[in-house]
Design a protein around this ligand. Sequence first.
Ligand code: CUA
Length: 308
Amino acid sequence: MSESPLFPEAASTIATRVDALYFFLLGLAAFFSLLIAGLIIYFAIKYRRRSPREIGQHMATHYALEITWTVIPFIITMILFVWASHVYVAMVSPPAETLNIYVVAKQWMWKFQHLDGQREINELHLPVGRDVKLITTSEDVIHDFFVPAFRVKADVLPGRYITIWFHPTKAGRYRLFCAEYCGTRHSGMTGEVIVMDPPEYQAWLSGGATQQTLSEAGQQLFSDLACNTCHRADLKGRGPVLEGLFGSMVTLQSGEKVTADEAYIRESILNPAAKITSGYQPIMPTFQGQVSEEQLLALVEYVKSLHK
Ligand code: CUA
């Protein structure tokens, strides 16, 4: 199928599963279209009006037939429902251990941030055979991350972190598109995902200037913004302790419990009053407008790296 000019290559584990479902649907549609069209033609000829005086006959309801053509489509649609649900759930549930990469979309480019510090624009280098998780956000309007060869497509929204995961199975270069109209140069918002063999990928990673890792950049920013005067590890700070925070359940002033995920950390930086941790005062100033989406990612990654 990858040879067909009409169909993209299948280069991820989910791609073959999506294709199987898609071809089953196509086959099903083709089968019933041909069956119905064939029967229409056959009946039109067989039961045509042979003389002007001919009139139709009254037909009694044939219950066995009615039940058959209700039950069979019902079973077929239920098979499709269960099958498609399985594929969907696999698509939206990233495995526990993934290679994480942050993506920031903007008019009109894709920015990629690797945890080791590498940054790329409109190009994403990945190793083959790893589970990859993209944590995406937009700094302006809605964009849509679409790599046909991976059968991966998801809206990238401002103010939210949307995760996308896939497992590339073949080294190669694959087109990346923006699949949501986002302004004048939407059609030019394309890029390339370069899937490499692991040794090649390692060489790519170690090439280029040695930079700070993303969490080191976050740590730097954390002290530049003086976050560390209130958020201290020793319980003496005026703000909650951040060590061990990521992934934990936080009890809020209202008694509500929330999970400290990326979105929670982002919100707590931009709109600190939204979710006050129980036992603390709402004294933190907002950092809205002072930190870019990319700096927010560095801060998020730094908080993630803080273990007890
Ligand atoms: Cu970004 Cu269309």
